[in-house]
Design a protein around this ligand. Sequence first.
Ligand code: 13P
Length: 413
Amino acid sequence: MGPAAVSRATGPFAALRFVPCGFEAALRRGARVRAERGVDASTIDRDAGGGNGRDEPVALVVGLCYESRRPTMTTLNDIARALVAPGKGILAADESFPTIAKRFASVGVESTEQTRRTYRTMMFSTAGIAEYISGVILFDETLRQEMPDGCPIPKALSAAGILPGIKVDKGAKPLAGFPGEKVTEGLDGLRDRLKEYSDLGAKFAKWRAVIAIGSGLPTAFCIEANAHALARYAALCQEAGLVPIVEPEVLMDGDHDIDRCDEVTRATLHEVFGALFRHRVDLEGMLLKPNMVLPGKDCPKKASVQEVAERTVAALRACVPAAVPGIVFLSGGQSDEEATAHLDAMNRLGPHPWELSFSYGRALQQPALKTWAGDDTRIEAAQRAFHHRARMNSAARYGRYDVSMERDAPAVG
Ligand code: 13P
């Protein structure tokens, strides 16, 4: 990389130099960026411009620029790594009012402030759950609620060794001019909301974008618009000291085959990581929450567990820089056992450059929801069902899950 390709940074980074065209390669060497931290910036400037024989000046310079702009980086990286600690994953319990109402309706429960609190605190207070669950994504209402003993929920989670997180997007809304496509809203006023969430104890955040596959869909513009919003959100989170979970979900709805999902997932991830770079998001202080590469729900040709695992890992290896500490999948409508088996098969294909973990909503909660079904005398049984699913997914984190372990599952309902 010669000096001709080097452009000067301005403002607070005037002492450093960027080499934009080397960034992709630099990102893949994320581990080295980490290893080189702490080198004096003036040395780096000289090295990068002149190319003094150091073997990775580009990675070094990019990494340090980001470091200097993010004084909280050590904390962000620590939080991100804690969320993907060995054997642990995230519980997504951040359903919006309409979504939780739909889930409750499926078991005949009315969604009220009280039923939502009872159901969610039941999961949070399950004995031994912190062995498998590193963090919980909460909805705004839940972050402000209390456990039955009066302790604020974020405080109770932290005391149990579980990191509280918060969904901060305001939902996917129709993208004007693009029939059938959506863009996620919620950037207006986000800086102030993040400050408040941080004061309430949140350590990380989530923003979900949805990409639909269909005839002529997705459009490149829809992917771009969502990637831009995800990157704006992620940069604001890091500024506020919160780890952003970046969730671009390619939906399972439709009859498309696994090849089409693969293609759209790769295009989406490329766009998202391009946007994250342009927005100067520190990849070491974030997590990616993607879909797995799967055939559409109505596709007649099903894929084996092994095929899903191989296709998903191949797509991620092609598109996700090694600097990202962890990838935490959504379940997206898979059955709970499928979601566990897929994660397990992927971890058996390791080692990978990033941790491969879970951030499941339905695939962790479904048996517990059905067991509880609004009957508070069934809370302990529902907690056993929740504990079991969390334990199965923890085994999948190590590639040690076997379907025979499901025999220990408590009877549902
Ligand atoms: P599912 O696992 O049910 O897809 O939910 C995960 C999530 O948080 C979606 O935003």
